[in-house]
Design a protein around this ligand. Structure first.
Ligand code: THU
Length: 160
């Protein structure tokens, strides 16, 4: 028997101003995407911007539904659209930002478990890490270096 500890590294930026010019521009696209969120039930608007290796940026926002489970998170809207438009292009970075009608979101909004699983699929497929930049509407920005970092022991095609 052996116990194992898993760890991973995050980079925490004090704000948008600390990001590189490219990352700042990508996050600005996620902020813009947030404005097209359809979130009449949660009043929580999320925007995502997916940067591809070919330089294209594909955006998404959460799209809710009166039948709640039929809605979809911003990250999956964006990454599925990227997969649909550019099936063989590597995903480099996904920038995510969230805001709320009810409060100021000043802490980074981490992707839900379903979105982590969906993004892991592309990371495994492309055999290259997908970097994440996560933000609220203001405040710190967290960088994760790989989806597998935030979904340890994740399920992938190797089990099938
Ligand atoms: N949401 C996202 O878009 N991404 C996440 O990773 C977490 C949650 C959306 C889903 C729903 O429309 C709203 O935020 C509240 O859960």
């Amino acid at each position: 028997m052996k116990k194992q500890k898993l760890s991973f590294e995050l980079t925490v930026f004090d704000g948008l101003f600390e990001l590189s010019e490219d990352d700042h521009a990508l996050m600005s696209k996620a902020v813009a995407a947030r404005k097209n969120a359809y979130a009449p039930y949660s009043n929580f608007q999320v925007g995502a911007a997916v940067l591809l290796e070919n330089g294209q940026v594909v955006i998404g926002s959460n799209q809710e539904n009166a039948s709640y489970p039929s809605g979809l998170c911003a990250e999956r809207v964006a990454i599925f659209q990227a997969g649909a438009l550019y099936p063989s292009v590597v995903v480099k970075t996904v920038a995510i930002t969230a805001t709320s009608v009810n409060r100021v979101v000043d802490t980074p909004a981490a992707p839900c478990g379903n979105c982590r699983q969906a993004m892991l699929e592309y990371e495994v497929k492309q055999k290259e890490p997908v970097r994440l930049l996560i933000m609220g509407e203001t405040g710190k920005v967290i960088q994760c270096n790989a989806i597998s970092d935030i979904l340890p022991l994740g399920f992938d095609s190797s089990y099938l």
